[in-house]
Design a protein around this ligand. Structure first.
Ligand SMILES: [Zn+2]
Length: 235
């Protein structure tokens, strides 16, 4: 193995480490973490809103029904009263109508009270749904803001990644495919560092010293490897 090949490999590793760092940064943006939290918040609020909206619908349905009943009751009451005021009925009919009007008035008052209570009950639920809508809208706006920040940062990172990938291709071209293969395998095993500078008897990968006899032995090999970590050594 020529020294040139190993020097190229060291350059390649420099590019690969830069790529690794960029990929880590790409996936580790603080905005991504905040977006996950905001999304969870939106999901929770959506569930809360759907539950509150169901409650509101049911209350409004009951209210509509009662208001309809009240309207009918009042119409009936008016009709009876009109007939009563018009007169011309027998004493028995008049007495029956009088009692009927009395009963209808009682029903009307009771129903009116119920409708008022229902109106009071429905109001806080309407407010609850409206408040949830506001919170959801705010969270969605924040998520959109984060999305655009993330997209902006990714655009810069991806352009840099493309540049590094292109540089990598150029650097890797003259390197022996077998050496590249070993390099890739070692990188996977050794936290991305397959080749290390050997300086003053110390391996730049594991930072351990090689004894004079170990150095002699390692450097005598066609491809010097650290006796401790097995990384490729380049002088
Ligand atoms: Zn080592």
């Amino acid at each position: 193995m020529t020294i040139t090949g190993l020097a190229d490999l060291l350059d390649l590793q420099g590019l690969d480490l830069d790529i690794d760092r960029l990929l880590d940064r790409r996936q580790g943006l603080p905005e991504l973490e905040e977006r996950r939290i905001v999304q969870e918040e939106i999901d929770g609020l959506d569930a809360e809103r759907s539950e509150a909206a169901d409650r509101l619908r049911s209350l409004e349905l009951d209210l509509d029904k009662s208001e309809g009943e009240l309207e009918m009751l009042e119409t009936k009451l008016k009709e009876h009263e009109t007939r009563l005021f018009a007169g011309g009925m027998s004493a028995r009919e008049t007495e029956f109508m009088r009692l009927e009007v009395q009963s209808l008035r009682g029903q009307d008052e009771a129903l009116e009270l119920r409708v008022i209570q229902m109106l009071e009950d429905v109001e806080p639920v309407r407010e609850e749904v409206a408040a949830l809508d506001t919170r959801i809208a705010n969270a969605v706006a924040r998520r959109e803001e984060l999305d655009s920040m993330i997209a902006g940062e990714w655009k810069v990172i991806d352009a840099e990644l493309a540049r590094l990938e292109a540089a990598k291709k150029t650097v890797a071209e003259p390197i022996d495919p077998e050496l590249l293969d070993l390099y890739e395998k070692l990188r996977r095993l050794k936290e991305g560092v397959a080749i290390a500078v050997f300086d003053h008897g110390v391996c730049g990968g594991c930072h351990m010293a090689l004894s004079p006899s170990e150095q002699e032995q390692a450097l005598a090999e066609e491809m010097p490897r650290c006796v401790h970590c097995r990384r490729i050594l380049v002088a």
